[in-house]
Ligand binder design. Structure first.
Ligand code: PXG
Length: 290
């Protein structure tokens, strides 16, 4: 069965899911998105994703033509019509078609797309071996330029960093704030472990407030860890007991080498493993039923 994609008010076949070359999402990266996962028939933290989508759109003065409730229903519906219990869902709202100038007021109708697809899981070997990462020379852009809390269609800041990672043979890349503190990775948040304490960069450092980050803070606190949102440098990161990344696609993945410094004993650590297990338990029972 061909995949059914929600586009501009209705579900259409994959081959008919086309948008205009005049869409400012395409011409300027003017739009917002979410990447969401469903586990065993439950959509993980759906409300938080819908809230973040609407917050991103509000800052861009992009009027989503549905209520939050309707958008939530559409996301569930996209899984249902495609018969998916485990899914990766991409919601995209772009400014819509306009003229060739960048003025958003010339785009009368935002484009809304919901794609529900089967999830391409990261290879299990990645979790067994852990990631090798490096620090990018590209700084996370400051909030006054383009706030990293907006999950916008303009990912060039991350993509420039990712290009560097690829060139240097790293699997992810750590991005620093303008002041040189650890901020986040190109598409993941970062945590460092010191004994029973977890440190993660505070929101003001210019990060996307990841929904996995939030869930990991919850499960870690429930497991008795002290979790602190704070400021730290690469020195603390290099010398941590463990370092791990969090994101919707990767969940929790250990980092074993950073800038050619071995992290801990060079193997994925027990804290990341414990939190990954707790996270999977949470994902099984938490979330809106499809
Ligand atoms: N920081 C950045 C910059 C991100 O893009 C995260 C953190 C983690 O956020 P969540 O809410 O997912 O825990 C992201 C995640 C993908 C994909 O398919 C993920 C993201 C962007 C593009 C693709 O893994 N964002």
């Amino acid at each position: 069965m061909s995949k059914r994609i929600f586009l501009d008010g209705k579900f259409v076949d994959h081959d008919d899911a086309r948008i205009s070359v005049f869409d400012h999402g395409y011409l300027y990266g003017d739009g917002v998105f979410e990447g969401i996962r469903a586990y065993s028939g439950r959509i993980f933290r759906l409300q938080a994703h819908v809230d973040r989508l609407f917050s991103s759109a509000k800052t861009l003065m992009l009027q989503i033509p549905y209520t939050k409730e309707k958008m939530t229903e559409l996301i569930v519906e996209a899984c249902r019509v495609n018969g998916l219990q485990d899914a990766y869902i991409r919601v995209v709202v772009s400014r819509g078609a306009g003229d060739l100038g960048l003025d958003p007021t010339k785009c009368p109708k935002p484009t809304v797309v919901v794609i529900a697809d089967s999830i391409a899981l990261y290879p299990e070997s990645l979790y067994r071996s852990g990631l090798t990462v490096c620090t990018s020379s590209i700084r996370r852009q400051r909030a006054e330029a383009l706030n990293p809390q907006i999950k916008s269609l303009n990912y060039l800041n991350s993509i420039l960093a990712k290009i560097e990672a690829n060139q240097r043979g790293c699997q992810e890349v750590v991005m620093l704030s303008e002041e040189g503190f650890v901020a986040e990775c190109s598409a993941d948040n970062i945590f460092i472990v010191r004994g029973r304490k977890l440190l993660t960069p505070a929101p003001h450092l210019g990060i996307l407030l990841g929904i996995t980050r939030d869930a990991v803070m919850d499960v870690a606190r429930a497991a008795g860890y002290d979790v602190v949102e704070t400021t730290f440098t690469r020195h603390e990161m290099w010398n941590a007991d463990e370092v791990f990344l969090t994101g919707t696609a990767a969940e929790i993945v250990s980092v074993v080498s950073i800038d050619e410094r071995v992290v801990g004993n060079g193997k994925p650590g027990p804290v990341a493993a414990e939190l990954q297990a707790a996270f999977r338990e949470l994902a099984k029972r938490d979330g809106a039923a499809i």
